[in-house]
Design a protein around this ligand. Sequence first.
Ligand code: WT7
Length: 652
Amino acid sequence: MADSSSGQIDHVLIEERLFPPPAKFTEKAVVASKAQYEELYAAARDDRDGFWGKEAQEHLHWFEPFDTVCQWQSPNAKWFVNGKTNASYNCLDRNIDNGLGDRVAILWEGEPGDTRTLTYRELRTEVCKCAEGLRALGVNQGDVVSVYMPMTPELAITMLACARIGAVHSVIFAGFSAESIADRNNDASAKVMVTADGLYRRGKVLPLKETVDEALAKSPTVEKCLVLRRIGQDGVSMTEGRDVWWHDVVETQIGDLPAEPLDSEAPLFILYTSGSTGKPKGILHTTAGYNLWAKRTFQWVFDHQEDDVYWCTADCGWITGHSYVVYGPLSAGATCLMYEGAPNHPQEDRFWDLVEKYKVTTLYTAPTAIRAFIKWGDEHVEKHDLSSLRLLGSVGEGINPEAWMWYHEKIGGKNCPIVDTWWQTETGGIMMSPLPGITSTKPGSCTTPLPGVIPEIVDESGQPVEPNHGGMLCIAQPWPGMLRGIWGDEKRYAEQYWTMVPGKYLTGDNARCDDDGYYWIMGRIDDVINVSGHRLSTIEVESALVSHEAVCEAAVVGRPDDLKGQAIAAFVTIRDREPDEELKKELRLHVRKQIGALANPDDIRFTASLPKTRSGKIMRRLLRDIAAGHEATGDTSTLEDLSVLASLKDED
Ligand code: WT7
């Protein structure tokens, strides 16, 4: 273990398993040799503008060519300056022009089991109708459209329709409260809102329009509200002069509207993320750079092949849905499955049912889902034929090595590479990930950077740390997909991302790079625990706990301790065991054996479930309060249910 007097972070978890890519996979992979990757990587690093200029010319459509590849004056970047393109054109028309008009773009299944299929040509018609409808409602280039919808094709259609006419979409996950919607509407001065009468969730109907009505009462800038009939129940209240139905305004249009030539740097969307402190930030992405990044990272990481059926399970309310349900795969001409509902409706095998039914080849999901599947039991998986799968992906949090192994064995049948993709809302797309044809994977590591990504790990004074030491992860060069700002808050943008290590992008994560040049994300900077002067990463202690057979999920936080500075508090969910003192003892012993006495949890608390944000991340801030005794949780002797607390707290 390293000495941490320099402010570096100790790493205690040793993971030595290595999984080479299956030879069959490598043969026809998009990136098929290490030499090819190294060439791409070196070209993007040594001749950034030459590399990206060529990429942009080849992979996007240009109404007018750009004259400068990158204008960079920290912290402000402009890419493909003075060029004119359109993301909706790149996702639709470009594919149709290339003969893919009859290829299926979206395979959709609603939670109740209703289905739809849209080819690229059909999708363009729907997008045009929606764009014409939005124009009829007074939406102009540069106007912000808030979108609060279920995962229906119309959600993707609305996003692309905005892109087509140069309106800026702001998708708000359809689980947020009226208060959160109003905050976002007001921050962005949204002009129009698009929503639905309701959505299905675990067999129940959630009345979306009611929530929107409450939000609109506090959203003075919103002039019109377009409402999709998804549920079809009577009694939806429509405000005269403000609210209109999708079937009146959109479905009646012609469906033939040319894509507007837009400046490369025209805002494409805002997406609010809660951030670790304070009010949510509207992360701004612009047209050309983002589009190129989403497309190329999709092709590289998901090794896109013509006959793939690709399924990203994320909701379009998150960046993963923006980049890897809509813009990335559609720009690449992929066939995408889209599913509306919950993974455990009507049963816990819904995902596996869908994989079998649609012969999904590529599955991209999140560790929080994987841990739920483990908890629900293997029998749900074993009922289904998953042999169509050839590639698995993970995103959103670190994946504990044991969850990785389960994914590899039970879902991948031991012969699908796993791409553990590290990135952020701010980065626009994947930054570090295995390339499935060439990278030997290590469970728990997001492995190596993609072309154009120059990671650097630094200590608190901004100096690079030695290999194998943890520190703050920065990105040393601008890249096309990077955020262009925080909506309406230039100062916060500069301070939050570009000030601590001047001129470099501060990710807010800690990481370590091992001797093979593989990166290991160690969690958020704020989550480090300092035990007797040793700085430990929470994910390593969590992974040690999860490697015990009785543990499903673990969350580890620091709590104040007079003697050690901080003590380690662990919250765990378990299966097939009683939550008793005996098990606590066993877990302590297990962690001690796995990673050493220093990381031994001082408190262990069993809980029925962990408090999570709406995007499935463990709410460590809340757990820190509980561990410190600031928060009453009732009975702490046996089994608590912390998800109840989470539902009382609005994450933003
Ligand atoms: C934060 C970004 C990326 C889209 C979804 C989340 C954590 C994300 C990984 C990974 C370890 C990960 C980081 C990052 N994170 N992917 N593969 N391994 N940590 O987007 O809500 O902006 O969150 O999620 O802490 O900074 P986001």
